[in-house]
Design a protein around this ligand. Structure first.
Ligand code: UT7
Length: 372
């Protein structure tokens, strides 16, 4: 029988800096009443100059590993879902792998915009279910504030920075992620995009002058699409698991707009009380929004071991998808908990390991250089 992929650790990281609607009203022609009534957002977090997608991802990952009581060298796989990677390459996941000292993990990025966390969760789950690996780290991390045009009121009020992470572990016991769906429709690719900076339109003086490295969005079209696919993906996933909507204790949707979530819930006859909403404090953190909301639900006691939850996302691409999971809770270890290096010690160890590997690579190059 194929093993199940249990969620045994979760973590989140958001920058300390808060940007309120009133702050934004000083930059563009908007106001708190419009933003709150049209989106549900009151404030969002913005990374400082030291914080990057990889640093937020690493902070969230360390918390998740701490809850899972898992040493990073036990990880077989790291997937970072992000729409704001540090570079086109190397993958942000490799930077995280190095900072964690996860010496046995393959690491790669996954790009499915705001649906990225759902897609990554599904990929890691399928890898575990195939029996090919035991422990996986799935992260959604963003510094979208670096891709926002702060003079465009249509988009700048929406986005925020942050990261969230899950640790998945193989187990014979039924549980964890038990059903999921993933869908795409590239015909809507132009509705939400960053037009330049890729191979289609490489960075040039012209692309920069035209603001083509910023997020462009047709809000109304994305709104319509989103309300439709949230319900579609949720119902399909619940049916795939052989369950009914009433069997689900908690719905955790991508936090893009409170009105989108409310409309989708109405169409499924699901009361808002069974849904996690934290968009008022973080705005749209893209791939990070679902794991951040899950972390807060677990912290607030809204998610208990055995609960069934649906995670559902949508975004640029267009992409959408959902996953149904049975919440496993933190691992119960009888007796003394195994010693796990504290995050600070882990960070120092990882940095030392990284430095040693760089030195060894230099020595290696020097030795080989003498013979070729
Ligand atoms: O992760 C997925 C990413 N994105 C989304 O999910 C976004 C989906 N779309 C939305 O959330 C909404 O469409 C928005 C919040 C972006 C816009 O809300 P809306 O109710 O669809 O507004 P609208 O685009 O229909 O615009 C209504 C009016 C327009 O003025 P006119 O043309 O009627 O005179 C806009 O110019 O509101 C204006 N407007 C604003 N006014 C004050 C647009 N942005 C603002 C603003 N402050 N920030």
């Amino acid at each position: 029988m194929s093993p199940y992929a249990h969620i045994i650790g979760w973590g989140m990281a958001v920058p300390e800096k808060v940007l309120t609607n009133a702050d934004l009203a000083k930059r563009v022609d908007t106001d708190d009443a419009w933003i709150q009534s049209r989106t549900g957002i009151r404030e969002r977090r913005i990374a400082n100059s030291e914080q990057t997608t990889a640093s937020l991802a690493t902070d969230a990952a360390l918390q998740a590993l701490e809850i899972a009581r898992l040493n990073p060298d036990k990880l077989d796989l790291i997937i970072v879902a992000t729409s704001s990677p540090e570079h086109i390459f190397p993958a942000t996941a490799c930077l995280v792998q190095d900072r964690l000292g996860a010496s046995n993990a393959g690491a790669f990025d996954l790009l499915a915009a705001c649906s990225g966390f759902i897609f990554a969760l599904n990929m890691a789950t399928q890898a575990i279910r195939s029996g090919s690996l035991k422990n996986a780290l799935v992260i959604g991390a963003e510094t979208l504030s670096r891709f926002v045009d702060w003079s465009d009121r249509n988009t700048c009020v929406l986005f925020g920075d942050g990261a969230g992470a899950f640790v998945l572990q193989a187990s014979e016991e039924r549980g964890g992620v038990i059903a999921s769906v993933m869908r795409s429709d590239g015909s809507g690719g132009d509705l939400l995009c960053v037009p330049a900076g890729g191979s289609f339109a490489p960075a040039s003086l012209e692309t920069v002058a035209m603001g083509k490295h910023f997020i462009k969005m047709n809000g109304r079209e994305v709104f319509r699409f989103a309300t439709r696919v949230i319900a579609q993906a949720t119902v399909e996933t619940v049916e795939k698991a052989g369950l009914k909507l009433d069997d689900i204790q908690l719905f955790i949707p991508h936090q893009a707009n409170q009105r989108i979530v409310e409309a989708a819930l109405r169409s499924m006859n699901v009361p808002i009380e069974r849904c996690v909403l934290n968009i008022d404090r973080y705005g749209n953190t893209s791939t990070a929004s679902i794991p951040i909301a899950a972390c807060e639900a677990a912290r607030d006691g809204r998610l208990k071991a055995g609960d069934k939850l649906v995670l559902v996302g949508f975004g640029a691409g267009l992409t959408w998808g959902a996953a149904l999971a049975i919440w496993s809770g933190a691992p119960q270890q009888p007796g003394a908990r195994p010693a796990l290096p504290l995050p600070l010690r882990l960070r120092l160890y990882a940095r030392l390991r990284s430095l040693l590997r760089r030195i060894l690579r230099r020595i290696d190059a020097w030795i080989w250089g003498r013979y070729v």
